[in-house]
Write a protein that binds this ligand. Structure first.
Ligand SMILES: *Cc1c(COP(=O)(O)O)cnc(C)c1O
Length: 224
C-alpha cells in the first residue's frame, strides 16, 4: 500500500488547521509543535512522514521506538523523538539514550533512574511531568494537588530541570476542562511547555495554550 500521498496531504492539512487555531487564539503558529505519534504504524508510513518533512515523532514504548528510529538518526540528524507513554525505571537508560524529550515523568523512583542515566550517558533529554488531571486510579501521572511538592523534589533532590506538563484527559469528559487545568497548573508553577491535545481535540488544546499536540491517527491513518 502506498500511503505517502495521503500522509503528506494529511500533514499539510493538519499544519493549516494548527495555524488557524493558533491565529484564532492570538498565538503564533510557530509556537506549536506537531508531534506525529508513530506507534503501531508501518515502516512505509514512517518513511512517508519523513519525506513529507516531518521530524518530530512521539512513541509510547521504548522498544518500539528503537525499532522505528534508532537506525534513522544518522540520515536525519534533526529528528526529535518524544516518549509519550509510561516509562519503567529499568528502561530509563535506554530511554535517555534514544529520546530528546521524555513527557511522562511521574515518580521519584523514575527521577532517580533518569538522573543516573543522564550522568552515565551525558545526554540530557528535556523532561515533562505527566499530570493525572482526571485523578483516574488506573492512569499514570501526578495528582494536581501533589504537583508543587513533586516539582520541588525534582529540582532540589534529583537535580532535574522540568520544562512543562503533559496530560491525557479521561475519555468520558470534555477535554477542554483538563487542558484548562493543565494550563493553570503550568502557570502557577512557572512552566512553559504544555503537551496536550490528540487527533480528536487538538484545536481545543491549542486554544487553551498547548505548545505541542500529539497526533496519531489524524496524521498517519489507523494504527496496525
Ligand atoms: C496514541 C497516543 C496519542 C495519539 O492518539 P490519536 O488519537 O491517534 O491522535 C497521543 N498521546 C498519547 C499519550 C498516546 O498514547
Amino acid at each position: 500500500m502506498d500511503t505517502s500521498p495521503d500522509i503528506a496531504a494529511r500533514r499539510t492539512h493538519l499544519l493549516a488547521q494548527l495555524a488557524a487555531a493558533a491565529q484564532q487564539a492570538g498565538r503564533k503558529p510557530s509556537d506549536i509543535t506537531l508531534v506525529a505519534v508513530s506507534k503501531r504504524q508501518p515502516d512505509d508510513s514512517l518513511v512517508a512522514a519523513l519525506e513529507a518533512g516531518q521530524r518530530v515523532f512521539g512513541e509510547n514504548r521504548v522498544q518500539e521506538a528503537f525499532e522505528h528510529w534508532a537506525g534513522r538518526r544518522e540520515a536525519f540528524p534533526d529528528l526529535e523523538l518524544r516518549l509519550i507513554g509510561p516509562l519503567q525505571s529499568n528502561k530509563a537508560h535506554e530511554a535517555v539514550e534514544l529520546f530528546d524529550v521524555i513527557e511522562t515523568l511521574d515518580r521519584d523512583k523514575l527521577a532517580i533512574a533518569l538522573r543516573k542515566a543522564m550522568t552515565a550517558t551525558g545526554r540530557t533529554p528535556r523532561l515533562l511531568v505527566q499530570v493525572n488531571t482526571g485523578e483516574e486510579p488506573q492512569k499514570a501521572g501526578i495528582a494536581p494537588a501533589e504537583l508543587p511538592g513533586f516539582l520541588a523534589r525534582m529540582r532540589d533532590e534529583h537535580g532535574l530541570v522540568i520544562e512543562g506538563l503533559m496530560c491525557i484527559p479521561p475519555t468520558a469528559e470534555p477535554a477542554g476542562l483538563h487542558f484548562a487545568l493543565l494550563a493553570k497548573l503550568a502557570r502557577e508553577n512557572g512552566l512553559g511547555e504544555l503537551s496536550m491535545g490528540m487527533s480528536a481535540d487538538f484545536e481545543t488544546a491549542v486554544a487553551l495554550g498547548a505548545s505541542s499536540v500529539r497526533i496519531g491517527t489524524a496524521f498517519f491513518g489507523d494504527r496496525l
